[in-house]
Ligand binder design. Sequence first.
Ligand code: MG
Length: 336
Amino acid sequence: MTAKIVRLNLQHTWTTTMSSSQYRDTLHVAYTRDGITGHGEGAPIVRYHEDAEGARKAVESVRDLLLSANPLQFSKVMAEVFKRVPGEWAGKAAIDIALMDWVGQKLSVPLYTYFGLDPKDTPLTTFSIGIDTPEITKQKTKEAADFPVLKVKVGLATDEPTIEAVRSVTDKPLRVDANEGWKDKEEAVRKINWLEKHGVEFIEQPLPAEMIEETRWIRSRVHIPIIADEACQRASDIPKLKEAFDGVNVKLDKSGGVLEAYRMIMIAKALGMRTMLGCMVSSSCTVTAAAHLSPLVDYADLDGNLLISNDPFHGVRVEKGKLILPGKPGLGLTAA
Ligand code: MG
């Protein structure tokens, strides 16, 4: 087993309410047994107080367990990893994804088949437009011509000019992510109702994660769905979000991998909530793993691999916005 930090370079400087960056470091795990190698990745981010070195140490702390365990008992193995490692969700995701890739290859089935899913049911993915000047926003919108639905990052003082810049070059449906950027519930209601008039389908995380009661207040005053992202990291977060949000954005890097993401999707569905799969800036490894679960969800925002210039893998592809899953066993990755 190897655990190494890989620096992924961004094509454009990537700005959201949280940060502005030209690269991201993610943790890559390769797990080899019986001549089969499973690949996993996790993208630690500052928002959740994680970094790549912490993720690497977390993986090393369970090296002995992983090397002595039977990987076909992956659910038992991951339960033990979750018990032994506090936090470090991206590190846990890298382990889980590597194990699931290994298991799929060992059983000679693609991961979607393991979960009983039909690869034709994948949703469209959005392509994300980070926060930028109106001129660059227009340029990025034009570059996203192949995507029928776009996701636009807002949450700074420039929200209206950003949306107007996008709207000046396209009338496609938009989804908007405020990344906790609005701090005031009345401002959020005004902005959401303005966005609805501009063809926005839903709003993701308008207020800070802890402002659940204020988000419930907003929800009763707007028409478009409100989706939880930063407020919904793991399965145990979902029940308390039910009154405030219409749906949840599940990411493998937040949940600690494929198994926990599957459980979150099932819990959200059981509570009558909409489901979405998202991602961090990461390679095709994590994005493909998430895409294998995407036949289960209403919305996908799985474009983190499309934002980088040095992807080590080929995996899921996108044709006119539709996610196309590889048919090979496991994740179905090949080296780029
Ligand atoms: Mg988000």
